[in-house]
Design a protein around this ligand. Structure first.
Ligand SMILES: *Cc1c(COP(=O)(O)O)cnc(C)c1O
Length: 366
């Protein structure tokens, strides 16, 4: 079976973890600091603040915005549910703007329509590793005085016109096991704002500036040196890993380009895609539906994943939530019914990619 993701650690990671164990410093320490410095450099941000997962990265980034009850965060409905959970955890009201089908990301034209006088934060998600249209979104945010919190959980190192995601607003990254970079569980917040970075560091550590001197109501969002030890060696070869994903994506696009009923993902002009996922869409007139394609790929021992089967708000617990405002998002609803992600990860061999192409071509023949 060719898996949709593949996790493997080299001897360099084993050595780094062993070194941490032997050092006796296992909680937040010098390795977290090193990971912050190296990650900030990768993204091109002044500051990186490590936290214990991508969801708390989003929560913390919202908590430092001083939101009041009734304040709204405008985001995409086509995302992992953590995006929505973070908004609700931070006490804000969630609203949604529809996506575009070409990049699966929030549509600036719909955003412009759905900004209200209570909107405080714009929260785009750089889904599947491709930057949202920040060129259109940032001027909108500036005009309406909105803070920008980027959910970059899937987009480590992605760029727009050469500028790293996570440097447009406050960037939130995840190092969950299946992400492009992993610490098993972990997260990172990036910002160019010195004061904001300082507040995030205090918030992450129980609101404590110096030992037992509390400056704000805080939390324990700390990452550990054990976790950082997993990611440090990966960072050294990360750009090569991205290059391998890009090569695989290009081979998949070439091998599948004439398959009737299938729309392939594209890297839009100016965007440096890091191909966290390679997601195809089954067209309305496709010979089979999405679930049939997934089943047939399983029979051919090719893994696939549905990211995501429904819009984030389309569950009873959110539909009945007093702080979730639901409006139509027809593109996201349609895409959720037609999307399927197939393997693109860096550990695929050329033979694996050929097998994936053959399996998809065979499966799509009615
Ligand atoms: C993974 C992910 C998160 C949450 O990250 P965790 O580290 O799992 O908490 C948030 N948003 C998106 C889009 C994600 O893919």
């Amino acid at each position: 079976m060719i898996g949709i993701s593949s996790i493997s650690f080299g001897e360099d990671v084993e050595r780094e973890v062993l070194d941490t164990l032997r050092s006796g410093i296992v909680a937040q320490g010098p390795k977290v600091k090193r990971l912050e410095d190296e990650f900030a450099a990768l993204v091109g941000a002044r500051h990186a603040v490590a936290v214990n997962n991508g969801t708390t990265a989003l929560v913390a980034a919202l908590q430092v915005q001083d939101l009041q009850p009734g304040d709204e965060v405008l985001t995409t409905p086509f995302t992992f549910v953590a995006t929505l959970n973070a908004i609700l955890e931070a006490g804000a009201t969630a609203r949604f703007a529809d996506i575009r089908e070409d990049d699966f990301n929030i549509d600036p034209a719909v955003v412009a329509d759905r900004i209200t006088d209570r909107t405080r934060v714009l929260m785009p998600v750089h889904l599947y590793g491709q930057a949202a249209d920040m060129g259109e979104l940032m001027p909108l945010a500036r005009r309406h005085d909105l803070a920008v919190v980027e959910d970059a959980a899937q987009a480590h190192g992605a760029t727009l016109d050469g500028k790293g995601v996570g440097t447009f607003g406050v960037g939130c990254f995840s190092f969950y096991a299946t992400k492009n970079l992993t610490t098993a569980e972990g997260g990172m917040i990036t910002t160019d704002d010195d004061a904001l970075a300082d507040r995030l560091r205090v918030l992450r550590n129980q609101g404590m500036r110096q030992r037992y001197v509390y400056e704000m109501v805080g939390h324990n969002y700390r990452m550990t040196d054990l976790q950082a030890s997993l990611a440090l060696p990966q960072l050294g070869s990360y750009l090569q890993q991205v290059e391998a994903r890009r090569r695989n994506a290009e081979a998949l696009r070439t091998g599948l380009k004439d398959v009737a009923g299938l729309t392939l993902p594209t890297e839009l002009a100016g965007r440096g895609h890091v191909w966290h996922q390679f997601t195809v869409l089954l067209d309305e007139n496709a010979p089979i539906d999405r679930d049939t394609l997934a089943d047939r790929l399983t029979e051919r021992e090719v893994g696939s994943g549905i990211y995501y089967p429904k819009t984030a708000y389309d569950y009873d617990c959110y539909r009945s939530h007093p702080r979730v405002v639901i409006e139509d998002t027809p593109v996201a609803t349609s895409v959720a019914a037609r999307c399927l992600s197939i393997p693109v990860h860096a550990r695929l061999s050329a033979g694996d990619v050929d097998r994936i192409i053959d399996a998809v071509r065979g499966a799509m023949e009615a």
